[in-house]
Design a protein around this ligand. Structure first.
Ligand code: SF4
Ligand code: MG
Length: 282
């Protein structure tokens, strides 16, 4: 039985206090809790500070190109349904350069979990505005304040057909663990957007700021995550600063719908196409 130590690979090099440490710890703890072995898991990451997670997490890993974690992760899962596949990255990686892949991954519903460490800034490149930076936020690339509305990943995921949409906060480890576990157990594409503060370059959206503003919908009496229209309404009412399992829907995952049930777990033996062919479908 694997332990936390088995899911550690090397010493994380993030700045002390970076929210990404909590995400890594939560992921490791959930894998242990679920009885997974490191060789059963693949972590595919994009570019950015958070993209380093595939180097720090003790499973199979693939550090891909900028914005390309999702097509790679979907290809891995299509090639071998037996693997637990995690895609991970930041808001710049996933909602900037990778946003086209994000939309299609939502509607495709391949059975993977996508964890986005959303700090509302480009951290690795030292503090430029990202797609989720709030309007008016002054950064190196927006000295007069960001002029655009922020991209809304939760709403975008829901309208694009995601079957599991959740949001967590690095300052609430227990809730984040429960959310990541539910996401990994969900059959289909699951998004876990995590408010993961960048303590070095974002002095606006700090741990304190999130603690002050977050509305925890997991604790809201009567909140029903299967009610899509109410989910959209509550997310909008909280200006997207809410946590919890916000929306979930049961529907066949891509491999069940397109490939049918497979005994071997390989695309090749089900459709007589190679994993490379499967990757071409993306
Ligand atoms: Fe984390 Fe920001 Fe440091 Fe990057 S720059 S490791 S996001 S605190
Ligand atoms: Mg970022």
């Amino acid at each position: 039985m694997a332990t936390m130590a088995d899911f550690r690979y090397d010493k994380a090099t993030w700045c002390p206090g970076c929210g990404d440490f909590s995400v890594l710890a939560a992921l490791q703890q959930v894998c242990v809790r679920m009885g997974l072995e490191p060789e059963d898991v693949v972590c595919v990451s994009g570019i950015g500070c958070s993209g380093k997670i595939s180097q720090h997490f003790g499973s199979y890993g693939f550090h891909t190109l900028h914005g390309r974690s999702l097509p790679t992760a979907q290809g891995v899962k299509m090639a071998n349904q037996d693997l637990t596949v995690i895609a991970a990255g930041g808001d710049g990686d996933g909602y900037g350069i990778g946003v086209g892949h994000f939309i299609h991954a939502c509607r495709r519903n391949v059975d993977i979990t996508y964890i986005v460490m959303d700090n509302h800034i480009y951290g690795l490149t030292t503090g430029q505005a990202s797609p989720t930076s709030k309007k008016g936020h002054k950064t190196k690339t927006s000295p007069a304040g960001v002029g655009e509305e922020p991209l809304k990943p939760l709403e975008l995921a829901i309208v694009s057909g995601a079957s599991f949409v959740a949001q967590a906060f690095s300052g609430e480890l227990k809730q984040m663990q429960n959310i990541i576990e539910a996401a990994m157990k969900h059959k289909g594409f699951s998004l876990v957007n995590v408010f993961s503060p960048c303590v070095t370059f974002n002095r606006v959206n700090t741990y304190e700021w999130f603690k002050e503003h977050i509305v925890n919908l997991d604790e809201e009496e009567g909140y029903d995550p299967t009610d899509k229209y109410n989910a959209m309404k509550r997310i909008a009412e909280t200006e997207s600063v809410c946590t919890g399992i916000l929306y979930r829907e049961e529907r066949p995952a891509w491999h069940e719908y397109v490939l049918g049930a497979t005994e071997t777990g390989t695309v090749k033996q089900t459709l007589d196409i190679t994993p490379a062919d499967a990757a071409g479908l993306i």
